[in-house]
Design a protein around this ligand. Structure first.
Ligand SMILES: Nc1nc2c(ncn2[C@@H]2O[C@H](COP(=O)(O)OP(=O)(O)O)[C@@H](O)[C@H]2O)c(=O)[nH]1
Ligand SMILES: [Mg+2]
Ligand SMILES: [Zn+2]
Length: 292
């Protein structure tokens, strides 16, 4: 039985990609009974009913490696958090929240600083340094000059990646630039089918030539805030990891405790001060939420 990947689902139909073909499939009743809804990103086994018309039915959903709630996509293994250096101004707290969510769900994260055509090196080097130091790959990009787009494309290799971040930072433009540059270069039919303006109403896996898939998210995206309690928050800061063994207390919150390795590292400039300050702010917010 052939297997493929669902690239989108609309009105009860699922579009399953196998090699370079796309089959329009219905799901078998069995899924509805089990209350499993096929999602974009799902690997499935399916039966081809009509090879000429490219129609089929989905028989089996393979086990999921991950599942995002908003957007509802299965098997995402990388998130590209996009901020813009200007218009809108970077929302670093949202960036940190999205990175925390990614760490929590065991999804790799890349930081993309877009619209660098609007600013000088000096204006973005600080953010670049801060997140590189925190252990993230940081890509500087501009859809106006094309800078960084090849580097972004290469990062999509053999992965299902999702674009996340504040509205207006350029996520959809980045996606469209990546697709259009492909269509111009290859001009083959399956790329043409997938080309065009991508609306972000339905989550859709867009095939990129570096053998990966990219999913846009509409506007502001929280990736679905999941349950992280304040006392666990520090676990999702990879930049703290190297210093927590110097904390005197096992359950150190790295805020008010004496002899804290994290605070020392902040003072020595080993951990970015801004990241740490936003950690405290997020910690307080989560703590209040818990107490109501
Ligand atoms: N100057 C500049 N503008 C950009 C860049 N990328 C996107 N934009 C513009 O930013 C606006 C919002 O882009 P959009 O892709 O809709 O953002 P989204 O909400 O994150 O999907 C549009 O007017 C784009 O033309 C860039 O690299 N430089
Ligand atoms: Mg958009
Ligand atoms: Zn500590």
């Amino acid at each position: 039985m052939p297997s493929g990947i669902i690239i989108k689902g609309i009105g009860g139909f699922y579009y399953v990609r196998k090699d370079d073909e796309i089959y329009e499939c219905k799901a078998r009743g069995i899924f509805r009974k089990d209350e499993i809804t096929p999602l974009p990103g799902d690997m499935v086994s399916f039966t081809i009913i009509d090879e000429d018309d490219k129609k089929g039915t989905i028989d089996k959903i393979h086990e999921r490696q991950s599942q995002l709630i908003r957007p509802a996509v299965a098997n995402v293994n990388q998130v590209i958090v996009v901020i813009s250096i200007k218009s809108p101004a970077p929302d670093l707290l949202l960036l940190d929240k999205l990175l925390v969510m990614a760490e929590h769900q065991n999804i790799d994260a890349i930081v993309c600083i877009n619209k660098i055509d609007l600013a000088s090196d000096k204006e973005y080097s600080e953010i670049f340094e801060a997140y590189s130091k925190a252990g993230y790959k940081v890509i500087l990009s501009s859809t106006k000059t094309g800078e960084g787009l090849d580097q972004l494309k290469e990062s999509l290799n053999k992965r299902i990646s999702v674009l996340a971040g504040q509205s207006g930072v350029g996520k959809s433009t980045i996606l469209n630039k990546i697709i259009n540059s492909q269509v111009m270069k290859t001009g083959n039919i399956s790329d043409k089918i997938e080309r065009g303006k991508h609306t972000t109403r339905h989550a859709e896996l867009v095939r990129v030539e570096t053998d990966g898939y990219l999913v846009d998210t509409p506007g502001f995206s929280s990736l679905g805030i999941v349950n992280i309690t304040y006392d666990k928050l520090a676990l999702y800061y990879r930049d703290f990891d190297n210093y927590t063994d110097k904390c005197r207390f096992t359950h150190c919150s790295h805020i008010n405790e004496p002899q804290c390795g994290v605070k020392e590292a902040v003072n020595e400039g080993l951990i970015d001060k801004g990241r740490y300050m936003r950690y405290i702010s997020l910690y307080s917010t989560l703590k209040q939420q818990k107490q109501y």
